[in-house]
Ligand binder design. Structure first.
Ligand code: ATP
Ligand code: TYR
Length: 364
């Protein structure tokens, strides 16, 4: 694959690449690129995670050597699953099953448990170097990468070391590319600045969009919501199961959840139904068309939408009714997730892990 093709594949559907020039020059130099993403194994796989999972697929296809970090210790620091490591590890296995079910080439990916990193004293030596290169104020500003407001992050001291651990992960794994949703930007910027101070190579950051939870913004006005507030309060999150569609949900559950979802007429900003189409359905395969049917009593007919831009335009002009949009999105999302449901039916171990996690995770 030539450089332009690889570049296109690596960057498509991403919100930003920091920086594109660095990525291009490393590709042009013919370097073997290594990338990673970390996640906190602490619950069930929601559809927001498909966005980064599709990007992992693109990166592997573009020849990037990829590692997935199961951030078990970070989940502990972040009070997930009551710090129960056995459950945290099960949650990590659940994610691996889902990735396999949606066609991410897990055989070509290296999975690393954070336990491995922290059992090496070199990791902690590196951690101290990272910590020494940064002020407490700077680290505090990055606390939103844990999905918490800064004040919450100060509740117990362990949380203050989380951002420096995440930066240390990047250097310890020696990756060129750090992938994550836009809520991870502060960790990646901290890593880039720290790299400069420690004379290490700056990681390139690739950020994918964040899917808004089904509750939307509630009574907030979209123009009043900044990126941090959106990430902490309104993104779809496994810690708030009522806001999420899970990848193993039945078509009926998907339809029911979407019928109740926030979807104000003509408003596309932070509209989760529009975003599911834009970030998940359109990128899911080339040539995808969203076919929206209008009931007979409202004049009938079918609208075929061929791009996210067209969808946004038609919706803003009031040419698509929210309920018709919800029905079309529910139908195609259920179809997209069929292989996941089938995988969980077939694979007993995956099903058992899922059932166990459901019991704990659904309690919130
Ligand atoms: N709603 C979302 N849409 C897209 N990406 C997401 C979403 N939520 C999390 N991510 C991405 O998934 C990765 C793992 O995030 P994380 O473990 O914090 O998930 P989470 O669902 O927010 O969990 P929690 O509720 O426990 O904070 C990160 O790169 C993050 O940016
Ligand atoms: N902070 C990330 C999880 C993570 C942890 C460690 C890492 O090295 C990378 C990512 C999140 O909450 O989504």
């Amino acid at each position: 694959m030539d450089v332009e093709k690889r570049l296109k594949l690596i960057t498509r559907n991403a919100v930003e690449v920091v920086t594109l020039d660095e990525l291009r020059s490393r590709l042009e130099a013919g370097e073997k690129l290594r990338g990673y993403i970390g996640f906190e194994p602490s619950g069930l796989f929601h559809i927001g995670w498909l966005i980064w999972a599709f990007k992992v697929k693109d990166l592997v296809e573009a020849g990037v050597e990829f590692t997935i970090l199961e951030a078990t210790w970070h989940a502990w620091v972040n009070d997930k699953l009551g710090g129960n490591m056995e459950l945290i590890r099960k949650a990590a296995r659940h994610v691996r099953h889902v990735l396999e079910a949606i066609g991410v080439p897990v055989g070509k990916i290296k999975f690393v448990d954070a336990e491995e990193l922290v059992s090496d004293k070199d990791y902690w030596a590196l951690f101290l170097k990272v910590a020494k290169s940064n002020t407490l104020a700077r680290v505090k500003r990055a606390l939103t990468i844990m999905g918490r407001r800064v004040e919450e992050g100060e509740q117990d001291f362990s949380k203050l070391i989380y951002p420096a651990m995440q930066v240390t992960d990047i250097f310890y794994l020696g990756v060129d590319i750090a992938l994550g949703g836009t809520d991870q930007r502060k960790a990646h910027m901290l890593a880039r600045d720290t790299a400069e101070k420690l004379k290490l190579r700056k990681p390139i950051a690739i950020h994918t969009p964040l899917l808004t939870g089904l509750q939307g913004l509630g009574r907030m006005n979209p123009s009043e919501v900044d990126e941090d507030t959106h990430a902490v309060e309104f993104k779809m999150s496994k810690s708030k199961p009522e806001t999420a569609i899970f990848v193993f949900d039945s078509p009926e559950d998907i339809a029911r959840k979407l019928r109740r979802a926030y979807c104000p007429p003509r408003e596309t900003r932070f509209n989760p139904v529009i975003e599911i189409a834009k970030y998940i359905l359109f990128p899911s395969r080339p040539g995808y068309k969203l076919v929206i049917e209008r009931p007979e009593k409202f004049g009938g007919g079918v609208i075929e939408v061929t791009s996210p831009e067209e969808l946004e335009k038609l919706y803003q002009e009031g040419k698509i009714h929210p309920l018709d949009l919800k029905n079309a999105v529910a139908r195609d999302l259920a179809e997209l997730l069929k292989p996941v449901r089938e995988y969980f039916e077939r694979n007993e171990e995956a099903r058992e892990t899922l059932e166990e996690l459901k019991k704990v995770a659904m309690k919130g």
